[in-house]
Design a protein around this ligand. Structure first.
Ligand code: NAP
Length: 262
């Protein structure tokens, strides 16, 4: 007869798909509780990610099948998709992989920003449309899109771009007027206002990411009457979704998860 290993962790196993402040906050909250064995997954895009409060793996799974295989191999009891609202591919993969592996799935997604009085917003369905909406005449544009999709700016080389991203844009954009700032939020409204004024910005390109950390640029643009070209969120799969860490913890508790089998 084989005796159970007394050192084996028998807590339910959770996988959090991360790369966001929400994923980090959830991992932190669960680590403090101690009643789940939590691991986090990052795409591996950011060169120096912040320290995380749970064991972390990095890099793609190899599509839906790869993620489903990972869920099975690691005996994951519940999957939480806490990826960024614009990370549509991994969210689709998560929905399908959870179905294949028979693992309960929850999405944790911050609410979108909504227009407030004084906001001058132009909505765009995607980044190429947002770039086109800058118009023909040259403008001074703060680009807050992250670095992965900024190549779309090359379609409108007449503008002067101030491109902000965590990691450098490499190679630089093939446009005559671009400057680059490497910075990681949160960004305070007063600092954003100073930045917009210093560079005489007259348009802000933004994704509708939601959340407090990068809202300062929208408050600053409102105060200065500057137009924001706001890129709408991509479609996400229809899965149960909550907006807060507390609600995600409540969902987990409601699952009444059994211990992972040996
Ligand atoms: P995406 O287009 O939805 O995903 C592309 C591929 O990257 C996925 O198919 C998957 O590769 C891999 N991947 C994405 N997230 C992963 C994760 N958490 N763990 C392991 N693999 C992951 O994603 P994206 O827009 O490039 O974003 C990449 C990551 O950056 C996400 O984790 C997201 O939370 C974070 N992020 C994105 C944005 C944004 O604006 N898009 C902003 C802030 C943070 P395989 O198919 O090989 O599994």
């Amino acid at each position: 007869m084989t005796l159970p290993d007394p050192n084996r962790d028998t807590r339910p196993r959770l996988l959090i798909l991360g790369g966001t402040a929400e994923a980090r906050a959830l991992a932190q909250a669960l680590a403090a509780r101690g009643d789940y064995e939590v691991s986090l997954s990052l795409a591996g895009r950011t060169r120096n990610p912040l320290d995380l409060p749970a064991p972390t793996r990095s890099g793609g799974f190899g599509g839906t099948e790869g993620l489903a295989a990972h869920l099975k191999a690691e005996r994951i009891d519940a999957l939480i998709d806490a990826t960024h609202p614009f990370a549509a591919v991994i969210s689709r993969n998560a929905a399908e992989a959870a179905r294949i592996a028979g693992v309960p799935l929850l999405a944790l997604a911050r609410p979108a920003w909504t227009r407030r009085p004084g906001d001058v917003w132009t909505e765009a369905a995607d980044i190429p449309e947002a770039v086109a909406r800058l118009g023909a005449a040259p403008r001074q544009v703060l680009v807050a899109l992250g670095r992965n999709e900024v190549r779309a700016l090359e379609a409108a080389p007449q503008h002067h771009y101030l491109v902000r991203s965590i990691d450098p844009v490499a190679p630089p954009l093939a446009v005559p007027h671009a400057r680059y700032i490497e910075a990681r939020g949160p960004f305070a409204e007063a600092d954003e206002r100073a930045l917009l004024e210093e560079h005489r910005i007259d348009a802000v390109l933004s994704k509708n990411s939601g959340g407090a950390a990068t809202y300062g640029k929208l408050e600053a643009a409102r105060a200065l009457g500057i137009e924001v070209i706001m890129v709408a969120r991509p479609a996400r799969p229809e899965v149960e979704t909550v907006e807060s860490v507390e609600a995600a913890v409540a969902w987990l508790q409601g699952l009444g998860l059994p211990k992972s089998p040996a």
